[in-house]
Write a new protein. Sequence first.
Length: 159
Amino acid sequence: MKIRVGFGYDVHQLQPDLPFWLGGIVVPHTHGALGHSDADVLIHVICDALLGAANLRDIGFHFPDTDPQYKGIDSKKLLAHTMRLLRENGYELGNVDSTICLEKPKVNPHIPAMRTALAEVMGVPEDDISIKATTTEKLGFVGRQEGVAAYATVLITKP
Ligand SMILES: Nc1ccn([C@@H]2O[C@H](COP(=O)(O)O)[C@@H](O)[C@H]2O)c(=O)n1
Ligand SMILES: C[C@@]1(CO)OP(=O)(O)OP(=O)(O)OC[C@H]1O
């Protein structure tokens, strides 16, 4: 069996009065993430980690932010498409581990709903998706609440 790993990193600005899409759900907050899509930074890093693991370039290659068809798109659709690409190339997901870097709000109460949403889109058990969160102790752009960052690592397998 072939086993490969992939890694993803992404950042989005936070702006007032936008819906805060994160992990496939809307997290109640005064600010939301700004992007060409719905700016779901957690989904974007999972897509990038999956694409990287299969050596299939990155999210901007498959879904360019110059293409109007992706304007405001629900990132769950990008994740579903990424999983199709992965499976077409003979891979299946082993597991995802991820970290959201965000000063406020606390996202811990929302992590179960994010795992449920992502597992459904990806067609995998919830147990295969780990989501963690950390502040940056008020340091940097995350600490100043100017942005949200995320990291993901995935393992994929091919029989
Ligand atoms: N936006 C966040 C940030 C953190 N958490 C949870 O709080 C714990 C402590 O965070 P520190 O940055 O102070 O280490 C962290 O382990 C998370 O469980 C959160 O829910 N939402
Ligand atoms: C998802 C895409 C496409 O709508 O747009 P953004 O929401 O700006 O996200 P980013 O992670 O900057 O890059 C990928 C883009 O191509």
